[in-house]
Design a protein around this ligand. Structure first.
Ligand code: HEC
Length: 184
């Protein structure tokens, strides 16, 4: 009558087997999640490294950009124009608190209005615009078209200094002398 086919040890076996399967499943899923997140991190870092590599490449390209074009020389072309047309008021004197005594002072502009040269931007440099509009030189006649365009190009090209010492007086730099303004 009794069919003791399932004994208590059978239950133990059954339960522990179930527990084992369960813990294997858990381990797998934890492991799986670990793998997934590791892969995710790996992908993200690969992406980041990739970007870094790319920007490094771009940086290298920027560094490889050739020198900017410089067709107008400050020492040979711009300084002589400033000495001849502006020297009486802005080298021999500092009319309007503006001195072209040397390159570094020229680049300082005036206390009140600041720089008169914005390297790369002739249209925003009063040294160029006032000359173009005929406001400067205040006396002594306007600059020729070629002189005006040299000033403009020099500023647009970055207003670079091609001498040895930016503090060296323009007269010494060029071997020229500031003319005396003709008496009125
Ligand atoms: C006869 C004297 C005289 C000559 C020459 C002269 N300037 Fe001036 N400049 C002045 C005076 C004075 C001022 C002050 C503002 C004014 O009175 O218009 C001035 C002001 C300026 C300013 C404006 C400064 C500021 O406040 O931002 C610029 C730029 C300038 N001169 C450039 C030149 C240039 C470039 C030349 C030569 C091409 C030149 N000047 C020749 C007398 C002169």
């Amino acid at each position: 009558m009794a069919h003791p086919r399932i004994q208590w040890w059978d239950w133990v076996e059954f339960v522990s087997l179930g527990g084992m399967v369960h813990s294997i499943q858990r381990t797998m899923s934890v492991f799986g999640r670990g793998i997934t997140s590791s892969l995710f991190l790996l992908a993200v870092s690969a992406l980041l490294v990739g970007c870094g590599g790319d920007s490094g490449g771009e940086g290298a390209e920027v560094e490889a950009t050739p020198e900017p074009v410089r067709t107008v020389s400050f020492v040979n072309e711009v300084a002589p124009i400033l000495i001849t047309h502006c020297g009486p008021c802005h080298i021999a004197e500092a009319k309007g608190d503006l001195s072209f005594a040397n390159y570094s002072i020229l680049m300082q502009g005036t206390l009140a209005n600041g720089a008169v040269i914005l390297p790369g931007f002739a249209d925003r440099s009063s040294l160029v615009t006032l000359v173009d509009e005929g406001e400067m030189p205040k006396k002594g006649g306007p600059l020729s078209a070629s002189e005006k365009s040299k000033l403009r190009i020099w500023v647009d090209e970055g207003a670079f200094f091609d001498g040895a010492d930016q503090g060296f007086g323009l007269e010494g730099l060029t071997g020229m002398e500031v003319p005396v303004l003709p008496a009125e």
